[in-house]
Design a protein around this ligand. Sequence first.
Ligand SMILES: O=C(O)CCC(=O)C(=O)O
Ligand SMILES: [Fe+2]
Length: 345
Amino acid sequence: MARRLATRTLLLLSCSQEGSLRILRASTEVCRGSLPPFSPAGSALEAARQLVGPKVTKKKDGEFEGGEFWEAHEELLKRAWQEHGPLHADLYSFGPNFERRYLTSKLRAAARLAREEGSEEAAKGLFEEILPGVFASEDLFTEAFRKDVLEELDRINSAGIPTRRPNGMNRYGVILDQVGFEEALNGLVGAYIKPLGGMLFPELVGDHDADEHYAFTVKYEPSGDTELAKHGDASVVTLNLCLGPATWKGGALRFFASGGSGIYALPKGNASAGSGDVNFQPGQVLLHRGQHKHQALPLLSGQRANLIIWLHAEHGVVRVAPYPPEQQLMAKQRWQQMPRLKLDL
Ligand SMILES: O=C(O)CCC(=O)C(=O)O
Ligand SMILES: [Fe+2]
């Protein structure tokens, strides 16, 4: 699973991979014939609304489901989302407005202290290690962030533009980087999420191990996906924010213990990977290693939506071997890196 997801991430994020370039070119030829005539001067939004997205069926290994369709229409869909425009413009660009509206003052103050003084005490104080290797916080994102994201998702889902399944197992959700959020997310990840991931998992996040991200939402409800099989993510560190929206029953996230072995052995104690169930609360964030195996238990009623950010190195590479203590980054090195503002697509 992890390797398959990594491969798909690589295909989505990197254009330098020979195979994906070939698929893209071939399918563009195939699909042009079946598209309504589209002139560059016409409305991309109108053209995208006439597309019929591929059926989504697989609950495992579904990364490439409809792959040719998505590769062929990538440019059109990107322009369609631009034309569609935002409901909450602040969500789409990272800067002082984004930070003030969507990040708690506690998080901003803790990050300032880490950047200016090299002290991570306040940042560490935002988290509780609820299972070995699983850090939880309710102090990262504001209520307004959840509310605006949920409203934006509703609008995206009723835009009439096809959206691609978020990964090989979850069928329902939105790939946030593909619907206009990549710039804001690059800023958020570079300035906050990557240093937080490095602070909590210094043995895995060095200088470049979390340079890139893949962000998406997942949705569970009785008429759609209700559960998710045990897996690891295509990430070195995963951030998982529960968006709510309101109430649901079941749907806990179960973690499985593993310490790894040989050169992959995780340090003992605080940083090892423990087992247990997490019953999400709206607004709660988890940070865990991507390779810490987990599973979503069956949702019994209601709906649960989460926003997930996978951190990985360039080309989807996921570090699994821990750094020895003397090679780990210092707090200032983590927090003073400049955010990368563009994805290398
Ligand atoms: O159900 C969740 O919150 C986690 C989903 C998940 O693990 C994933 O999409 O990789
Ligand atoms: Fe996962």
